[in-house]
Ligand binder design. Structure first.
Ligand code: GLC
Ligand code: GLC
Length: 645
């Protein structure tokens, strides 16, 4: 096929029939301009995915009309935002950026309550707020809202659509970018599409993967992982209404959408534009690794999953270009990187850094962290990592076995050790965590727990041991210092800034007790916030220590757009990296991952050149550099070098 000729011809035909009547002449010009610019790419991607279908053109035409409708419905304020973001696309790399993720109900009761907490967010320095799924979802267990029954309706326990609109405006006024979930791998089994499928409507049965018997599922199953083996074995669930097996990667009430059907792509694009038009500035692409299934593979990270995401990205560039994508690929590090591109996901969680921070706290050995970051930290200068230490999910040990192997570490055994270390089955561990998703066939599991509990604070408080508490506080501040300085958007998980401990009440709740991730999904009460202000408590030391780090981050541009070089410090317990901004300003970050003093050579760190280095976290000026720097237990240094002497 001569793709250039075909896209031109298709575009001409589509434009002839396109209804742009809702737009002013100026808006029409903007829309057509963007469409012209994006169409070659969008067309090529969709041909790759759907080009073999006889009805391809029908769906293409429908899609462009959907984009036009989405653009028409977009408010003028958001259209201005589109222009501003197109003119300055790298806003997310700014040193001012600071993210927080929270559940609306746990953080503030409901959407109105959240609006009242905006001053707290502003005081904390938050500029990016990820609200966990707040859409209509099944009562009882809804996987924390990740089973969506209606993308366009706010869950009534949280408030109304109007509350969300008002909140969105209030956040924008406070300089906070709203981030929403785009749960597009699956819907709940109560979504109208699923209900129609259950009732036997073929059109909607084709929205999902439904099978009359277990024959085909069993063929797929040979190569699939099990995500929640504690609640259900395998990846398929029996639906007694339709008498069919349904593909359900996660829980049985989360039905995987069938993207081999272009009607699904178009319908989900429509939902995506609805979310974009609520005023969010980033969409978190939930479980994106799973969206394309290919017989004989593990059905994760397939080439066509990338094509689909790029196609969604292109749709946004046409209809709502202020919105960027954040990848939630919690997979092998090499696969994580493949989602990160200006034309795919501009932002990505950094699960490797997260997992290796916890690994290093356990081992007090930075080799795996250093080597892995040297291999995998660098991404396109148009993109940014979202660096985090904890989130609402379990910790999976997603490091690269090949890198571990080079250091004589056996990946399988090491994961077992880490699971034991963080779930209280390893003598001498400081951590209080809970095992999650234990697989009865292979003993595999992942780890849950709040940051403070995993870092040792729960144990320290229980034993009333000042040293343990001191170490825990220092660990919490150190790991935050890394996400605040290594490059990208730091994302704090709400409650961690107050050092909240594990909440075991989920064990008494029938809709939660089978899902240990609730142990770290903790309400943040006014009393917690007040308690963190009480001088000299561990909570206060965490909160104020964090405020100092955040304040510094926002003060110096080297924390924003600057390169990152991971340094090999030749010192087991030390992790070090250097940021360099375009103006030559340099920041050397050094962390001691152990409860013992460490010495590290200045030459190895690159300190030998006679410049003046000022530690932003202590009164120390390094000039000329001593032969060795000494770090106290869990000490962090942020050495800034601005003016050469
Ligand atoms: C993502 C979410 C997780 C959820 C899953 C299914 O991994 O972070 O909480 O269970 O997707 O939607
Ligand atoms: C999947 C997701 C991961 C999440 C898990 C749910 O593996 O990729 O993000 O942690 O499901 O617990």
């Amino acid at each position: 096929m001569d793709i250039e000729r075909e896209y031109k011809r298709s575009l001409e035909r589509i434009l002839t029939g396109l209804d742009l009547s809702g737009m002013s002449k100026r808006e029409q010009a903007v829309f057509i301009d963007r469409l012209n610019e994006q169409f070659p790419r969008l067309f090529a991607l969709l041909v790759d995915i759907y080009g073999q279908r006889y009805d391809f053109f029908y769906y293409l035409q429908q899609l462009v009309q959907t984009l036009a409708n989405g653009f028409t419905k977009r408010s003028n304020v958001l259209k201005q935002k589109d222009n501003a973001r197109l003119a300055a696309p790298h806003w997310y790399q700014d040193e001012n950026m600071l993210g927080m993720a929270c559940y609306v109900d746990l953080f503030a009761g409901d959407l109105k309550g959240l609006q009242q907490r905006i001053p707290y967010l502003v005081e904390t320095g938050i500029t990016y707020l990820h609200l966990m799924p707040l859409y209509d979802s099944p009562k009882g267990d809804s996987d924390g809202g990740y089973a969506v029954s209606d993308y366009r309706k706010v869950n009534d326990t949280l408030g109304s659509n109007k509350d969300l609109e008002e909140l969105s405006k209030a956040l924008a006024e406070a300089g906070i970018s709203l981030v929403l979930d785009f749960v597009f791998n699956h819907t709940s089994d109560e979504h109208p599409w699923a209900l129609a499928a259950k009732a036997g409507e073929q059109k909607y049965q084709e929205f999902y993967y439904m099978f009359d018997d277990k024959h085909v599922p069993d063929e797929y199953e040979k190569h699939l992982r099990e995500i929640f083996p504690q609640v259900r074995r395998g990846n398929f669930s029996w639906d007694s209404d339709s008498s069919k097996w349904v593909w359900t990667t996660f829980n049985n009430f989360q039905w995987d959408l069938n993207y081999t059907n272009p009607a699904v792509f178009n319908a989900i694009t429509d939902e995506m534009l609805y979310l974009a038009n609520l005023g969010c500035e980033a969409l978190r692409l939930d479980a994106l690794a799973f969206i394309w299934k290919e017989m004989g593979t593990n059905c994760e990270n397939q080439a066509k999953a990338h094509s689909l995401i790029q196609a969604f990205n292109s749709c946004l560039q046409i209809a709502a270009p202020a919105v960027v994508f954040k990848s939630e690929a919690i997979v092998h590090p090499d696969e994580v990187l493949k989602y990160i591109d200006k034309q795919e996901c501009q932002l990505s969680y950094n699960p490797l850094l997260m997992a290796l921070i916890w690994n290093t706290l356990a081992t007090r050995d930075t080799h795996l962290l250093t080597e892995s970051m040297q291999k995998s930290f660098e991404i396109s200068p148009d993109c940014a990592w979202v660096n985090y230490v904890r989130c609402h999910d379990d910790i999976g040990w997603t490091f690269d076995d090949a890198v571990a192997g080079q250091q004589g570490v056996n990946g399988y055994d090491h994961r077992r050790f880490l699971n034991q270390f963080y779930t209280g089955r390893f003598e001498g561990s400081f951590a209080t965590g809970v095992a999650f998703g234990e697989n009865p066939s292979n003993g595999d599991c992942r780890v849950c727990g709040s940051l403070a509990s995993l870092a040792g604070l729960e144990q320290g408080i229980e034993q009333n041991n000042a040293t343990l508490i001191e170490h825990a506080v220092a660990r919490i501040l150190m790991v935050h210092s890394i996400i605040l300085s290594i490059g990208g958007i730091p994302l704090i998980y709400s409650g961690d800034e107050l050092a909240l401990l594990n909440d075991y009440r989920y064990e008494q709740d029938d809709s939660k007790k089978h899902d240990e991730r609730w142990v770290q999904r903790i309400p943040v009460t006014d009393a917690d916030i007040q308690a963190s202000k009480k001088k000299d408590t561990p909570q206060n030391r965490v909160a104020t220590g964090l405020q100092t780090l955040i304040g510094l981050r926002k003060q110096y541009s080297v924390f924003g757009q600057a390169s990152t070089r991971i340094i090999n410090p030749h010192q087991n317990a030390v992790f070090a990296y250097q940021r360099t901004a375009k103006d030559g300003t340099s920041l050397l970050a050094i962390c001691n991952f152990s409860e013992h003093k460490q010495r590290v050579s200045s030459i190895t760190l690159g300190l030998g050149n006679g410049d003046v280095w000022q530690d932003l976290l202590s009164p120390v000026r390094v000039s000329p550099a001593p032969q060795e720097l000494e770090l106290a237990p869990y000490q962090v240094m942020w050495l800034l070098n601005s003016q050469p002497v």
